[in-house]
Design a protein. Structure first.
Ligand code: KIV
Length: 275
């Protein structure tokens, strides 16, 4: 059955956990869907793990639409959330609504995600008023990496913890259906989770959140440029892929591949006539 914003609300009510993973293409989305993952986030982590940028700043609306469309085709049951890239919503409420609309119309997303708290509450309200579900994102917000001074744990001082709680409440008040909490101490994420009526999705925020999200290349061991402490590797696909690429390289070079089994045939008589 298709996961919707109502599935998220019911999970919060029932105390059942929500699973979310990132994906950026059709085949991966299809595999996640078949595995029963509740929601697929087309994250702007696309910039890091697919496009090879050092941060998410350069990701464009065109990048996000292109990859969201591919994921949406593969996800039958998972709720597809598309990230709004840097400067697609910070500039004005108008830009936010127009760009959220593009991710829905052209990308066929089921919802959008944007980073920030109180300062983006007007954008969240306007997007929700336009009929588009919004997932917010607080704590470590990678689009603000230059202001934050790096990928650091957030909310550790009293003032920072109070600000995060205020942000979470403002987001909820503005109409967001869920919020991602990234790189925040477990006890603070738990407190925020308990104070909110909407589900929290943690990444590096402990197991007290209502759901969890991970970047799929991280959890499958396919991305080694940078691995945060909160990543659990469920497989070492990177090693398996490199070994397979190496074997292919060898077999091509010593003509073991392709063998007869992977080769099309034609009658010898026809070939002889061509000589
Ligand atoms: O872009 C992304 O993948 C994200 C997750 C890390 C939550 O925002």
């Amino acid at each position: 059955m298709k996961n919707t914003v109502l599935t998220f609300a019911k999970a919060k009510e029932d105390g059942t956990k929500i699973s979310m993973l990132t994906a950026y293409d059709y085949s991966t989305a299809k595999l996640m869907d078949e595995a029963g993952i509740n929601s697929i986030l087309v994250g702007d982590s696309l910039g890091n793990v697919v496009l090879g940028y050092e941060d998410t700043i350069s990701v464009t609306m065109e990048d996000m639409i292109h990859h969201t469309r591919a994921v949406s085709r593969g996800a039958k049951n998972a709720l597809v959330i598309a990230d709004m890239p840097f400067m697609s919503y910070q500039t004005s409420v108008y830009d936010a609504v127009v760009n959220a609309g593009r991710l829905m119309k052209e990308g066929r997303a089921n919802a959008v995600k944007l980073e920030g708290g109180t300062e983006v509450a007007p954008q969240i309200k306007a997007i929700v008023d336009a009929g588009i579900p919004v997932c917010a994102h607080i704590g470590l917000t990678p689009q603000s990496i230059n202001r934050l001074g790096g990928n650091k744990v957030q909310g550790k001082s009293e003032a920072a913890a109070k600000k995060l709680l205020a942000d979470a409440l403002a987001i909820q008040e503005a109409g967001a259906f869920s919020v991602v909490i990234e790189a925040v101490p477990k006890k603070l994420a738990e407190l925020i989770t308990n104070k909110l009526d909407i589900p929290t999705i943690g990444i590096g925020a402990g197991n007290g959140c209502d759901g969890q999200v991970l970047v799929y290349q991280d959890m499958l061991g396919m991305f080694s440029d940078f691995t945060p402490k909160f990543v659990k590797k469920y497989a070492s696909l990177g090693e398996i892929m490199t070994a397979a690429f190496r074997q292919y390289d060898e077999e091509v070079k010593n003509t073991f591949f392709p063998s007869e089994e992977h080769t099309y045939k034609i009658d010898d008589e026809i070939i002889e006539k061509l000589y």
